[in-house]
Design a protein around this ligand. Structure first.
Ligand SMILES: Nc1nc2c(ncn2[C@@H]2O[C@H](COP(=O)(O)OP(=O)(O)O)[C@@H](O)[C@H]2O)c(=O)[nH]1
Ligand SMILES: [Mg+2]
Length: 246
């Protein structure tokens, strides 16, 4: 059985799912891949079913309606935990996260509990994004770090690798955010519980096809959520100590 699972939430990603799966299996043939599709109107779910019928490593979870990135990931994490995967990678479908980085993430997680592919270590490595989007992302990262104290340069990055132990310890029912602040909440909760977060540099490209699902509602949720996270741990800015792990 494969010990690595890549989870990709999808909503209207018909043009991307075939190519991204090929690229993932090229670099990491001994991984499984789970798509979590929220009944995409463009028919992504049907394309995925056809792909899954041809490859045992590829799985599809169909959900009834668009319910946000966070809920899709939580469903995927629960699926992974039921199946004993050791390393759980999360990424976008749209090639903003280069599948070629997956082996580097797997290597890095040997010395970490959570690996975050960071756009903001060793400078800023983002290509083709409008300046407005870059400024929003960079400002959000500074805002999160300032309010919560989390020592992560890119806490909203969606390209990650979790050790199974982190997901087991996190109590996924208590993860309440749904949009992009879900990524901040996962990183913050892991850190405050004392898990080791390591960032590796990635180059982030604007999506190749399709459209972004980032909107102002998602953005507003993130602004408030950061304060809730800080409040929830009594504005504590240091993590719990954990017994050292191998
Ligand atoms: N299942 C599911 N996937 C989503 C949802 N919102 C976004 N996604 C997926 O999550 C990933 C990140 O979204 P994306 O639009 O690329 O956000 P951006 O990179 O910040 O512009 C993509 O693979 C999307 O298809 C959702 O509500 N449900
Ligand atoms: Mg994206």
């Amino acid at each position: 059985m494969n010990t690595k699972l890549v989870i990709i939430p999808t909503y209207d990603e018909k043009e991307n799912v075939g190519l991204v799966s090929e690229a993932i299996f090229d670099v990491s043939p001994r991984s499984d891949l789970l798509f979590v599709d929220d009944n995409s109107p463009d028919g992504t779910g049907k394309v995925l079913d056809e792909m899954a019928a041809k490859d045992d490593r590829l799985h599809v979870m169909h959900r009834q309606e668009k319910n946000g990135l966070g809920r899709a990931y939580i469903a995927g994490f629960e699926w992974a935990l039921e199946r004993k995967y050791e390393f759980i990678i999360g990424m976008d479908a749209d090639f903003s996260h280069d599948p070629a980085e997956i082996p580097n993430m797997i290597e890095a997680v040997k010395n970490a509990d959570l690996v975050v592919g960071s756009r903001y270590v060793d400078g800023i490595r983002i290509t083709n994004w409008p300046l407005s989007r870059l400024l929003l992302s960079k400002t959000a990262a500074t805002y999160v770090r300032t309010i919560t104290g989390i020592p992560v340069a890119d806490p909203t990055s969606g390209f990650r690798c979790y050790r199974r132990e982190v997901l087991e310890a996190l109590d996924l029912d208590q993860i309440i955010s749904n949009g992009y602040s879900f990524l901040v909440e996962m990183a913050h909760t892991s850190w405050i519980k004392g898990f080791r977060i390591v960032e590796i540099p990635i180059t982030f490209e604007d999506r190749r096809a399709g459209y972004s699902k980032m909107d102002m509602k998602v953005f507003r949720e993130s602004l408030c959520m950061v304060w809730r996270l800080a409040f929830r741990c009594g504005f504590r800015r240091t993590p719990a100590s954990r017994p050292s792990q191998s």
